[in-house]
Design a protein around this ligand. Structure first.
Ligand code: FES
Ligand code: FE2
Ligand code: FE2
Length: 313
């Protein structure tokens, strides 16, 4: 079984039903991709719809395993099969029926009104804690940083990411320096796991797509993230007081350092071709996403749950 970072889009939006397509367009067992506006992320989110035995089902279109396009998959025994590595997700619940994915697909409620299919995001654990006030405060923060203008003091994307690399390096040093039996070591390891996941998420979502036109390193970097996620999963499973953990932690530290250094020496340099203004705009977007990832109760709850699952309990 392969375990990795969950690659699905997990925004809690949209909260209310949005019309997405005419029912008549959907053919039986033919996955169909639509997009909805995600108010919290200020971006479109992909959803795959499947009409099956008189019902319409909806789930996130990006596979939780490695981001494969589920709308290009097929229906088999009540599940939707990902075309990349064959994970099969229950049409009704989004739960994994067959691996390699270990995370369910984000789910959507579906209703049909006047011939239109409407969807809204089904709540996940922790989403209730996100009140409308919190969402609008987060939106204001994102707007202030991203929309309209980019503050002159905004840092460039490569500077923001370099600083985060340094945070990751320090976290590794801290965990390595702690005694194996120190109870706080597990907490520190969880913090490291969360920051590593957040780092990969912002690069996968914002930085890599933006630098793709000027850097050939992007596909290899995505693959490296998957490899790091697998190594992290193994370290979490071992538990911080075992000798095998020390070895795995060292290997992960080396791999992260190697990947981060190669970004700094190659991709970040090539990114300069995007120009100063664009890099500052990306820097503001990355900082906003880092804040959101760290502060959102839903995202915290989701990461905590995943880390517990990887730890095996
Ligand atoms: S990307 Fe979907 S199964 Fe691997
Ligand atoms: Fe990276
Ligand atoms: Fe990085």
């Amino acid at each position: 079984m392969s375990i990795g970072v969950d690659q699905a889009d997990r925004s809690p939006e949209p909260r209310s039903f949005q019309p997405v397509i005419a029912l008549a367009v959907l053919e039986e067992d033919r996955p169909h991709r639509v997009e909805v506006w995600d108010e919290a992320a200020r971006a479109m989110t992909g959803i795959v719809l499947v009409r099956h035995r008189g019902q319409v089902h909806a789930m996130g279109s990006r596979c939780s395993h490695m981001g494969g396009p589920l709308d290009e998959g097929w229906v088999q025994n009540g599940g939707l099969v990902c075309p990349w590595h064959g994970s099969r997700f229950c049409l009704a619940t989004g739960q994994v029926l067959d691996g390699p994915s270990t995370s369910p697909q984000p789910g959507y409620d579906v209703r049909v009104r006047e011939g239109q299919v409407e969807v809204r995001r089904r709540l996940e654990p922790g989403d209730e804690a996100l009140t409308p006030e919190k969402i609008s405060a987060a939106q204001d923060a994102v707007e202030a940083r991203v929309a309209g203008h980019v503050p002159a003091k905004a840092r460039k994307a490569d500077e923001v990411l370099f600083e985060h690399h340094q945070i990751l390096r320090r976290l590794f040093e801290t965990v390595e320096a702690m005694h194996p039996d120190e109870p706080e070591r597990r907490d520190m390891m969880r913090l490291l796991a969360a920051e590593l996941e957040i780092h990969e998420h912002v690069e996968d979502e914002i930085f890599y797509p933006a630098v793709r036109p000027v850097s050939e390193d992007v596909p290899a970097a995505h693959a490296a993230h998957q490899q790091l996620a697998d190594m992290l999963a193994l370290a979490l499973r071992l538990g911080p007081s075992t000798p095998a953990f020390e070895e795995q932690l060292r290997a992960l530290h080396q791999a992260v350092d190697h990947h981060a250094s190669s970004e700094e020496q190659s991709m970040f340099k090539e990114a300069q071709r995007l120009g100063d203004a664009r890099l500052r705009q990306l820097g503001a977007e990355i900082e906003a996403m880092l804040d959101h990832e760290r502060e959102s109760r839903a995202r915290q709850a989701y990461r905590a749950l995943k880390i517990r699952l990887l730890e095996g309990g």
